[in-house]
Design a protein. Structure first.
Length: 236
């Protein structure tokens, strides 16, 4: 292959195809009520798709970091000839929400609270469907991992296809089933019992955002008179 083809092959295999796998894994997590893995894997998939779009257009992705909302909004500035038909309010809001929850990798260790409304899987499917339309070089859209799963290129993809198609309104054919609503709110222990944060910080490396969150709460709390508003009331 030519050098250009080799570069595209790298982008295919290391960004787009891995993003496809993150996407299916995120759907599987949601299916089995594993919401923190769902949030993290959704973030990973979106980040790789966005960077793949830039790389296919030979735009530098070095030093971009993991701020998927910023990367998403920077694409029109870096690629003037790309159709941004994927921009949609639901897509933008979903990306921004996932980005907020995953700042500094905090969701990996359940540092901050999260709320599942029940529409997250639908919004993920919609986001991925729009982003993937731009994840190819020239006219080459063959041999993509997701399409191999959909077309059952290999028998071992049978179970993966079931997970990909489960209540998916954007990929595949056939009847589109309504999504079940999974509504849940979860708060980490140190936010439920904020008095333990000072001791925990001696043992655990918290993200900068989480430390700032509690630092601000402490400062404000110190300004209160004894017997006044407590941590839990102030922080929540």
């Amino acid at each position: 292959m030519s050098k250009d083809a080799d570069i595209n092959n790298f982008i295919d295999r290391s960004f787009r195809d891995i993003a496809d796998q993150d996407y299916i894994s995120a759907r599987m997590s949601f299916h089995y009520y594993l919401f923190i893995p769902f949030i993290w894997l959704a973030s990973q998939a979106i980040e790789k798709y966005l960077k793949a779009i830039l790389l296919y257009n030979r735009k530098n992705t070095k030093n971009l970091g993991h701020d998927i909302s910023k990367i998403y909004h920077d694409i029109p500035k870096k690629i003037s000839n790309i159709s941004l038909s994927f921009i949609d309010q639901d897509v933008e809001e979903f990306i921004e929400r996932i980005d907020f929850l995953c700042k500094g990798g905090s969701i990996r260790y359940f540092e901050n609270s999260y709320f599942i409304t029940g529409n997250e899987l639908l919004n993920l499917d919609k986001t991925i469907w729009h982003l993937r339309k731009h994840c190819f070089y020239g006219g080459n859209q063959k041999n993509r991992f997701l399409e191999k799963v959909i077309n059952l290129t290999y028998p071992k993809y049978k179970d993966l296809k079931k997970q990909l198609m489960w209540r998916n309104s954007f990929f595949g054919k056939g009847r589109k089933w309504p999504l079940p609503l999974h509504s849940t709110l979860q708060n980490p222990t140190h936010r439920i019992e904020p008095d333990i944060f000072t001791e925990l910080e001696k043992l655990v490396q918290f993200s900068k955002n989480e430390k700032a969150y509690f630092c601000n709460g402490l400062i404000k709390n110190k300004n209160k008179k004894k017997g006044g508003e407590g941590w839990r009331e102030k922080l929540f």
